[in-house]
Write a protein that binds this ligand. Structure first.
Ligand code: SF4
Length: 327
């Protein structure tokens, strides 16, 4: 049976954090076994908001792909590449731009939201308005029929479906209408309890050294009512406990809950144990990371091969689109 095709991408933001790892990345690693997957570093998307500071893009791409592969993306099982290495995206983006009404883009909730959020940046540009069209292109050029997304990205999938529908109606059926693939992500909070994010500076990088992991865990916010060891704790409101739920085994988590609530463990000891669990879990990932950093040609090859494979599929789709449009 033909496998479903999945496309998903990330902007090149450099080294990823453990929130990224436990959320999207772990999900990608699972998907690569069951689907035909295209995982792309969307560097042109980065330009829609970061066009004036491009010095770090190349290194950010490398560091991010090192994290992808260290965590378990396997180039034998999925296609890993950089968007700007597959120029076909640019041509299809242009063709789609011709048939996409402006009103579809202007009403996009993420567009309005970002304009507000990034108001100190000059992003009132043609490229920024059109980025959902570029996103639709990234998906449709591989005829992806499943897109792993969070609920907030639903409007982009809807727009992608509308663009596919409009093209198929105007010319002839070339593109599938992709569906969102919702998956249960594990959510890892930042060390201050808010969403883990580089912009809040509350993150722990995948590449963080054991010393940094220990420091960050030490800084984690716990139950404020538990001051002394024998004070009964409330693990459900404790940030350290949220990490245990993601990193430790279920039985151990249940046991910790009990001894915390009974005041049989202090937060200092609890944090030390958590740090060593995280350090153990990250050890093989760090080893892989080290190997990839020592041998830059491994990542170069992965991206070369990924782009070659992607170009073949993308060119085939583009030929169909040109032929449908009679150009
Ligand atoms: Fe949190 Fe552990 Fe302290 Fe309980 S003992 S409040 S789980 S850090």
């Amino acid at each position: 049976m033909k496998k479903h095709v999945i496309m998903s991408g990330m902007r090149p933001t450099g080294r990823l954090h453990m929130g990224n790892m436990m959320g999207a990345l772990t999900n990608w690693v699972k998907l690569q076994d069951d689907y035909d997957c295209y995982f792309v570093v969307v560097d042109w998307h980065a330009l829609t908001t970061e066009y004036s500071s491009t010095e770090e893009i190349k290194e950010n791409i490398r560091q991010m792909v090192i994290d992808w592969v260290s965590v378990g993306l396997d180039p034998e099982k999925c296609n890993i590449f950089v968007q700007s290495n597959v120029k076909q995206h640019a041509e299809l983006h242009l063709l789609f731009s011709m048939i996409t009404p402006l009103s579809w883009l202007e009403r996009c909730p993420t567009y309005k939201e970002q304009l507000k959020q990034l108001e100190n940046k000059e992003i009132n540009t043609y490229g920024f308005l059109g980025y959902p069209v570029l996103m639709a292109t990234d998906i449709l050029i591989y005829k992806a029929d499943r897109v792993p997304v969070g609920k907030d990205q639903q409007p982009h999938i809807e727009l992608t479906r509308e663009i596919a529908r409009r093209f198929n109606y105007l010319y002839k059926p070339v593109f599938p209408e992709p569906e969102a693939l919702y998956t249960e992500f594990m959510v890892l909070p930042g060390i201050d309890g808010r969403k883990m994010s580089k912009s809040y500076d509350n993150h722990i990088e995948i590449s963080a050294s054991p010393k940094t992991i220990m420091e960050k865990v030490r800084m984690m916010i716990t139950d404020p009512a538990k001051i002394r060891k024998n004070d009964p704790g409330h693990p459900e409101i404790c940030n350290v406990f949220a990490f245990y739920k993601v990193f430790d085994q279920k039985d151990n988590v249940a046991e910790l809950k009990e001894i915390c609530e009974k005041g049989l463990i202090g937060c200092v000891e609890c944090k030390k144990k958590l740090a060593s669990i995280i350090i153990d879990k990250m050890e093989p990932i760090h080893q892989k990371r080290h190997e990839l950093e020592q041998n830059p040609s491994i990542i170069d090859n992965i991206l070369d091969i990924g782009a070659k494979r992607a170009r073949i599929v993308a060119e085939r789709t583009l030929e169909e689109a040109r032929e449908a449009m009679k150009i």
